[in-house]
Design a protein around this ligand. Structure first.
Ligand code: HEC
Length: 163
């Protein structure tokens, strides 16, 4: 007899002994426990362990990056290159100087390099938007910038340290 039919038999027996019958519920639980995690769902990203407070700092910075990205796109959509520059500039290199040394020390070199490249891109986007005022050029820069977001997100994840 298979596990499944064992369960069904067990459930049927219980149904005879006690009402209401829990047979169906038990069978569903059994199915869920037995279903394997599909290989595609495996998370192969490198884990960076930070304290809850450090993780919050990084994630806040990330949300700021998304806000900067949105502001640049809005500027492009409105033919407003001044808005592109003022949207990009707050996400430039100076952000990295505000990262505490203790947190910086915990971040892998690859993470820091990609982070630096991203902030440099934001600075360049701001500079070029002002000096060139060419939306097509900015769009190309945004493509290169977003590739960095994508590359880092597929490489790392951040877990809070378990105390
Ligand atoms: C240097 C690496 C790196 C770069 C570059 C990067 N990110 Fe992230 N980002 C991360 C990591 C790591 C997380 C946490 C993911 C996790 O733990 O699952 C994250 C999380 C986020 C989150 C979720 C924040 C939250 O509150 O949970 C947003 C939004 C985000 N990033 C936006 C961006 C955008 C937009 C860009 C590019 C402009 C970008 N990131 C570039 C590494 C990076």
């Amino acid at each position: 007899m298979t596990n499944r039919s064992n369960y069904l038999a067990c459930g049927a027996l219980l149904a005879l002994l006690a009402a209401p019958a829990p047979a169906q519920e038990m069978d569903m639980k059994h199915e869920m426990a037995a279903s394997p995690v599909p290989a595609a769902a495996k998370d192969l990203r490198t884990v960076i362990v930070l304290t809850a407070a450090e993780r919050a700092v990084v994630l806040q910075e990330m949300r700021d990056m998304l806000g900067g990205t949105q502001a640049v796109v809005a500027g492009l959509a409105n033919d407003d290159m001044k808005a592109v520059a003022s949207g990009a500039r707050p996400q430039g290199m100076h952000v990295m100087h505000g990262v505490p040394a203790s947190l910086r020390a915990r971040l892998p070199m690859g993470f820091k390099q990609m982070g630096m490249a991203m902030h440099t891109d934001f600075d360049q986007i701001a500079l070029d938007a002002e000096s060139l005022g060419d939306p097509r050029h900015t769009l190309k820069q945004m493509d290169a910038l977003l590739q960095k977001c994508v590359a880092c997100h597929s490489t790392y994840r951040i877990d809070p340290a378990v105390k």
